[in-house]
Design a binder for this molecule. Structure first.
Ligand code: ADP
Ligand code: MG
Length: 214
């Protein structure tokens, strides 16, 4: 299988080619078409298996192909457990958004709050964030999630282990509408709280487990 088999928008396909990627990894082969078909996903595969592009590619495709639900609200929200991981994902995302019509911002704990308020007021299409700080901005009304199309929870097991369940529930409720799609990634699906969250947040999810007995 090759990236050309997904039927990606040509601008998106040329970015993938620019990055030098030809063959999708196993998780990408399964997650990209399922996400593009509109399914919610709960997916696991080991570190280094290419999960980031497994959600960035369908997210970009959706933004290019679908009309926005809202002019102002973010269309895609990517939540990561730590600042370091959020920065890494943001760097990969920027390879796709740079030179496109889509604006991506990074909202991390420990950085200047008021600068972030200004950033959020510029109506970005993508937000990559850690849950604690994003939740503070949401509580204070610095942005809204009514128009959110895609919620991505990466390393969901770690986010829950770090105690972010309250923030994740708040963010989920703020973006609770029929047209929202949710993609959840976890190192393991053998995690009680991950499964509890999957039940609460996902609609008829497809389960994808690479390299495990499930
Ligand atoms: P994970 O999130 O599963 O730990 P990453 O998304 O961080 O993995 O990807 C790990 C590395 O693999 C990155 O350096 C990324 O650029 C590279 N990579 C991702 N997809 C492919 C691919 N289809 N072909 C080759 N390398 C890839
Ligand atoms: Mg990852």
């Amino acid at each position: 299988m090759q990236f050309t088999d997904f039927g990606l928008d040509s601008r998106l396909m040329s970015t993938v080619e620019h990055l030098g990627f030809l063959e999708p990894t196993e998780i990408q082969q399964q997650a990209i078409p399922a996400a593009m078909a509109g399914h919610d996903l709960i997916a696991s595969s080991k570190t280094g298996s290419g999960k980031t592009l497994a959600f960035i590619i369908p997210a970009m495709q959706r933004l290019i192909r679908n009309r926005a639900l809202s002019k102002r609200d973010p269309r895609v929200l990517i939540l990561m457990p730590t600042r370091e991981l959020a920065k890494q994902v943001f760097t990969q995302l920027r390879l796709f958004t740079t030179g496109s019509q889509f604006k991506a911002v990074l909202i991390l704990g420990g950085e200047n709050f008021n600068d972030q308020v200004k950033t959020l007021h510029k109506d970005p299409h993508f937000i990559v964030a850690t849950p604690g700080r994003l939740s503070d901005h949401l509580s204070q009304g610095h942005f809204y999630l009514k128009g959110l199309e895609l919620l991505i929870l990466d390393e969901a097991d770690r986010m829950l282990d770090l105690g972010f369940s309250k923030q994740l529930k708040q963010i989920n409720s703020a973006a609770d509408h029929r047209k929202r799609q949710t993609l959840m990634f976890s190192a393991t699906l053998d995690h009680a709280q991950v499964n509890e969250f999957a039940l609460a947040l996902l609609k008829k999810p497809k389960r994808i487990a690479i390299g495990s007995a499930h």
